[in-house]
Design a protein. Structure first.
Length: 128
């Protein structure tokens, strides 16, 4: 089922979102202080193109640096990517086939807005 959902996702939303993440990752890598945000953006691009079968968990030991970078991230790219997710979810929700994809798209918003202090793992696995 994951493979089918990932294939449908890939064509009905994954490609444009992937391109947006790569674009904002490249923008973030222009300045030295935002290079970690660019790296996080590239990491999330791989998640956003094949989201089913993976989940996001809190990274142990994330501290004040991740809070600072989340603020920088939100101002540089997070807000625009959240708007992209909302727009894509609205377009997907028009059809019955796209409705589960729209719900999954909305579930990506918290990691999109504040990615630092989180990590992506296969579903069923946890980090301790």
């Amino acid at each position: 089922m994951r493979t089918i959902l990932n294939l449908i996702w890939f064509f009905l939303g994954g490609i444009p979102l992937f391109i947006a993440y790569i674009f904002f990752g490249a923008i973030a890598c222009i300045f030295i202080i935002t290079i970690p945000a660019g790296v996080a953006c590239f990491r999330m691009a791989s998640f956003v193109i094949w989201p089913f079968g993976r989940t996001v968990v809190d990274k142990p030991g994330a501290g004040a640096g991740s809070v600072f970078m989340n603020i920088v991230w939100f101002l540089v790219a997070g807000l625009w990517l959240v708007i992209g997710h909302i727009g894509t979810a609205a377009a997907q929700a028009v059809t019955i086939i796209g409705l589960p994809l729209a719900i999954a798209n909305l579930k990506l918003i918290p990691i999109t807005a504040f990615p630092f202090g989180k990590t992506i793992v296969p579903s069923g696995d946890t980090l301790f």
